[in-house]
Design a protein. Sequence first.
Length: 400
Amino acid sequence: MTKQIAIIGGGPAGLMAAEVLSAAHYAVTVYDAMPTFGRKFLLAGKSGLNITHSEDFARFAERFGAASARLRPALEAFKPDDIRAWALGLGTETFVGTSGRVFPKVMKASPLLRAWIRRLEAQGVQLKRRHRWTGFANDGYRFETPEGVTVIHPDAVLLALGGASWPRLGSDAAWVPWVEQKGVTIADLQPANCGFDVAWSEPFRERFAGVPLKSISASSDAGTIQGEFVISRQGIEGSLVYAHAAALRDRLEREGHAALTVDLAPGRSAERLALDLARLNSKMSFSNRLRKGAGLEGVKTALLRELAPEANRMAPKELALFIKALPIPLVRPRPIAEAISSAGGIAWSNLDENYMLKPLPGLFVAGEMLDWEAPTGGYLLTACFATGRAAAKGIEAWLR
């Protein structure tokens, strides 16, 4: 008799597992609580689906922090070039952007997802929409469905329910207490690739909310990175902030305070700035001195005034140091529901090498439910694809 496999969660990890298992001629059913599959995947594609990254694989594989070593076998088995080939097989050509990030040429997720769903259906995968998993019951898995409550008893199950970011798209972490009750250790879910609250003054907030801060670099425990971010009403958002988010979040949790240090003039040294500022007439207005001596104006000047109110009375050398290293004190990370992704999840110590939960034989896990995080840039999707595929291979091995 054909083995029955249930995949709970219809995002990238779950769908990739379904593809592998159905190709191996297992009877696969994918259950998702939402009316359509891959909703977060589609949202990610609205601004151009960043599907993976083209950097050297050795460096790529180290982007997952403490979980890098544990994820490496899965990533080795489904590298970024394999993802590009897989997408091409579904009719989606990709290209490498100037940052090294890989995108579909159509810059959308929907054509790829539609072709993927068609392939899964052609391979016999049953797709159950509006089927919300509500925990364990009678040695099986309980679902609320449009037809009422049902309990299933498959031969193997994969959980691929995501973390806790963007809960309106399905990743609401409702699974945490049910899995914990089975003796599984779960690291607290926290926001990753997130913005931060800053205690802006009301005048600064009103004038500059939504304004980008460009041509800067920023430093934290994560290192020094060039880029840009946006001033928000609550604080700071954007790619440069997200690159530092894990380090800043962890320092806030560890010490109760943290700051993102910004270099407003990365093209000039502090010594050069001090000389250029010192040459100017001291009777010149502060705004003009910053514009002519340091090339600062607009939001950069305002940010300096906001965070260093005495800056207009500083000597050129002291002012130059602030321009080169202006600390933005952070209050807290933005809520996890707003974050691009989440950190924390099921501890790796609960899993065997096949992604099966040791306390629950026959139950496997993949994707963002696991305790790992990564920066934006295609790393998140790649690891979801790779762990979904690895868990599918694990299910095959266990059923054999």
